[in-house]
Design a binder for this molecule. Structure first.
Ligand code: G4P
Length: 534
């Protein structure tokens, strides 16, 4: 039996032990460091520093990656699997920069929980709040890690209050820090009545842990200076009175977050957090789909593409579709139905992303993330099943917030440009619109930085210098509604009409007034800012 608080006790053990989650944080709070320590304790790397070192080596391969490094952002997301105790963790990396929020949103559709890392000195920061809101849309369970307790940090009650008030979620302490900054000695593990002491000497070693029989155990005084001990007792007393007790069901429903305190760089508090993810984190969840939802324990395999990454290896021009398995027991070589085209697809070279390297996935279970190399057949939002036509829902595409025209440096290369743009559109890196009047394309993104990334990737991966330039259009809306009304609308508004890379009709606007006008003049036409990927 797994030592967990489980909401689905009947799941097959291989599925029940899976925990698929992402880390959300404001840049610099310690996501990379924490990831590294997860991998260290998950046995996936031998020494902290490898993830970063490996990243550096990979990054030097291209200027694009160089740009990523220079700006201190992580543009590409990936997935990592590792074991901890009896659990299999699948950690899906989210891009850190706010310009990539759509990518982040889709990544979060592939996980069952999120670990929110906050900096103990800074509390809830802008990007934390944004990402939290995205998690809330899906009621994702959230476990919180308050990092950098080895530095001067804010008062613990103040941090907890800020999370409760800012994010409107109940917070319950899973551990309590003893001292702070230079006086920080460790944490009291509230859930397991243990004293965890920090070892500042060896950052890769797990700190000492001492069994304690309640707060009056004389053992405590042997390890904690008396002034800190008095304060700990007082604060815990107050915490018990003022803060809600842990309610596992409320955690699973996303209404309560347990908070652990620690210092990722000192490997402190990380194992307790990992044990907490195993114990209180959700098992693979039911996936919404049409015409019916998918249960993880179903014997037939199903899954969906939440991310496509092209040219991961510039030498091979491969694309990898990241697939979250929603149900069943997948085996290499299986034939799955590609639901959008109804065509069979033999999955011969699936990869599992073990932190040390990519590895062929001989088998995988509901909850796992596998990578499927392909030549463009798999797109974001696609479903794969063992036959039944089930389409996973809830993977949206958002209307871009910035539009620009694009031109190839060499006009003879416009076909190449089209190919490159289509590829990036399918990868989800940009929206590409073909206006019905005139030649050329309008490219839409969420943040300015994406234009730079695109220009640099098109040049690198296709040898094609391009120029982005101002467009007369400011935003885009998908056009839906009664067919006749839509046709009439298109005829009368040709100069605003374009098609996206899936062939769907888009209305390009110059002013907000354009949208108001359509709503007033064409009540049977619906303009939407999101579109479901299918
Ligand atoms: P991010 O991925 O969320 O952006 O954060 P990252 O892990 O890169 O950490 C940001 C900075 O905070 C790093 O310092 C890192 O070493 C430091 N850090 C992470 N955890 C702790 C902690 O528990 N205590 C303290 N005091 N610092 C921590 P840097 O100087 O930017 O980079 P580096 O030179 O250390 O690599």
């Amino acid at each position: 039996m797994l030592d967990t608080v489980s909401n689905r006790p009947d799941l097959p053990p291989e599925i029940a032990r899976r925990r698929t989650f992402a880390i959300i944080s404001h840049p610099d709070a310690g996501k990379t460091t924490l990831t590294e320590k997860f991998l260290l304790f998950g046995g996936a790397i031998q020494m902290a520093g490898q993830v970063r070192a490996k990243g550096e080596a990979r990054r030097t391969r291209s200027d694009f990656m160089q740009m990523e490094k220079d700006r201190g952002i992580s543009v590409s997301a990936s997935a990592m699997s590792f074991d901890f105790n009896e659990f299999r963790f699948n950690l899906v990396d989210t891009p850190g920069h706010s310009d990539f929020s759509e990518d982040t949103y889709r990544t979060l559709t592939a996980v069952d929980a999120a670990v929110m890392v906050i900096d103990g000195a800074k509390g809830v920061e802008s990007q934390t709040r944004k990402l939290f809101e995205v998690c809330r849309l899906r009621d994702l369970p959230i476990l919180t890690f308050c990092n950098k307790m080895d530095r001067e940090s804010r008062d613990v009650f103040e941090i907890i209050d800020e999370i409760q008030e800012n994010l409107a979620i109940d917070v319950t302490p899973a551990s309590w820090p003893i001292g702070q900054g230079r006086d920080f000695v460790g944490c009291y593990d509230i859930l397991r009545d243990r004293l965890e002491l920090m070892d500042r000497a060896d950052r890769n070693k797990v700190a000492q842990s001492i069994e304690i029989k309640g707060l009056n155990d004389p053992e405590l005084a042997k390890h904690v200076p008396s002034n800190l001990l008095d304060r700990l007792r007082e604060e815990l007393e107050m915490a018990r009175e003022l803060l809600p007790a842990l309610n596992p069901q409320a955690v699973l429903e996303g209404h309560m977050t347990p908070i652990w305190f620690g210092s990722a760089i000192n490997s402190f508090g990380v194992k307790e957090l990992m044990a907490g993810i195993g114990m209180y984190g959700p098992q693979p969840q039911i996936q919404s789909a049409e015409p019916r939802n998918i249960l993880p324990e179903e014997t037939k395999v199903s899954g969906f593409v939440f991310k496509v990454q092209a040219n991961m290896d510039p030498k091979h021009r491969d694309r990898v579709a990241f697939v979250r398995l929603a149900s069943g027991h997948f085996k290499r070589g299986m034939k799955l139905t590609h639901v959008r085209t109804r065509k069979p697809m033999a999955i011969t070279n699936p990869v599992l992303f073990l932190a040390s390297d990519r590895e062929l996935a001989e088998e995988a279970w509901a909850g796992d993330i596998i990578g499927i190399p392909n030549h463009g057949q798999l797109r974001i939002g696609d479903s794969l099943t063992e036959g039944e036509i089930l389409r996973v829902t809830g993977i949206p595409s958002f209307a871009p917030e910035l539009l620009q025209g694009v031109r190839a440096g060499d006009p003879l290369k416009s076909k190449h440009l089209e190919k490159a743009l289509m590829q990036f559109a399918e990868e989800g890196a940009a929206k590409v619109f073909k206006p019905s009047i005139g030649s050329g394309f309008v490219v839409g993104v969420v943040g300015q930085l994406q234009f730079e990334v695109l220009a640099s990737r098109i040049e690198l991966e296709y040898g094609l210098p391009v120029r982005f330039e101002a467009s007369q259009f400011k935003s885009a809306r998908w056009v839906n509604g009664d067919r006749q009304a839509v046709e009439k609308f298109i005829d009368a508004n040709k100069q605003h009409i374009a098609h996206d890379n899936d062939g769907d009709i888009v209305y390009l606007t110059r002013l907000q007034w354009d949208i108001d006008r359509v709503e007033r003049d064409y009540p049977d036409v619906k303009l939407t800012a999101t579109k479901e990927m299918m």
